[in-house]
Ligand binder design. Sequence first.
Ligand SMILES: *Cc1c(COP(=O)(O)O)cnc(C)c1O
Length: 431
Amino acid sequence: MAVQTIAGNATTAPVDLGPAAALSCRECGERFELGPLFACASCFGPLEVAYDLPTGSPEELRERIEAGPDNIWRYAPLLPVPADVAEKPNINPGFTKLVKADNLARELGVTGGLYVKDDSGNPTHSFKDRVVAIAVEAARAFGFTTLSCSSTGNLAGAVGAAAARAGLRSCVFIPHDLEQGKVVMAAVYGGELVGIEGNYDDVNRFCSELIGDPLGEGWGFVNVNLRPYYGEGSKTLAYEICEQLGWKLPDQIVIPIASGSQLTKIDKGFQELIKLGLVEDKPYKIFGAQAEGCSPVSAAFKAGHDVVRPQKPNTIAKSLAIGNPADGPYVLDIARRTGGAVEDVNDEQVIDAIKLLARTEGIFGETAGGVTVGVTKKLIEAGVIDPALTTVVLNTGDGLKTLDAVSATSQASATIKPSLDAFRAAGLASA
Ligand SMILES: *Cc1c(COP(=O)(O)O)cnc(C)c1O
């Protein structure tokens, strides 16, 4: 087993990350000791966590999970975290609502059951709390004292909050022109927030440089040198959805794509549940959703390409605005292998879909939620998503962070004097 050290590796002692056994290369399969590594030393492929998964009967494991806490730590036996993780200070995300969206289903003509997995219910109101909570445990295990990231907005807030709670310093990097809600959420927890004059891909490149420089020594970048651990947090979405469906796989799922990490790890989560016998093995289709103004994966899917050509993002769905998505080729693989697809919608369709979800289900999603609901609608109309099958749509963030998207069309119906006459004149009384 090769042992690697890179700048930023703060410790060489053996680490306890529960069932995590090693890092393995997704391209060539070479294995490495657990550490703050992200690229294979032989082929530069991305690394992922390999496990000694629990043995024993599925019934035992299911009972153990169901008796666990109401957050992602109920799945600790399947995650790269120490066994006593639930007792440490962390933001404890997860076990968010799976809403049976009957009103939306009627509107879209879905008869097989439509569910919205609403991750706006996490501590900092996006799915990013899941990935960060896992990265915090890796940062602790490797002795990092500063937590960092390159972010399209939501990640910065999640890192700020998690670092505050874990007693770590944080310094996070975002494109300078993000929505105010995301900037404030990233700054309020008291860490350092740096706006970079450039887009996310510039921020990411900057962070890669920082990591190889003495300036970044002792820093755990959740989505760079801790990326293999970080990514595993997204598996909990797969676990929760299946548990909440009564330990069943959905038939179809619609997932937003920024870097593509979330989508690939939800597939990994489903595969693990099948392997462990926690769900029945059956086909499922994974659909990826992008905004037209940043749709490199969707473009590659439609063109039949295996590689993703980078784009310069221009969309209101800023949380998904990654023009050069690291996991793009893996997303293409999964969409094709499962019989799914990758599709995109324009900004106007995103806004309509945000309002459709709010109007039908009382869920105010951020622009990324508009992207998944919009793509779901488009793929049903195109006959690609089967309305007779069980379908789960992810809402990964909170509309309060992207108010600008809908503020022009969501205002008071009337502004009146406090008198009944004025209200009558406004024509809003019930008939
Ligand atoms: C980051 C993010 C995603 C997707 O992230 P991946 O990089 O594809 O894992 C989806 N929705 C929201 C709201 C996000 O912030």
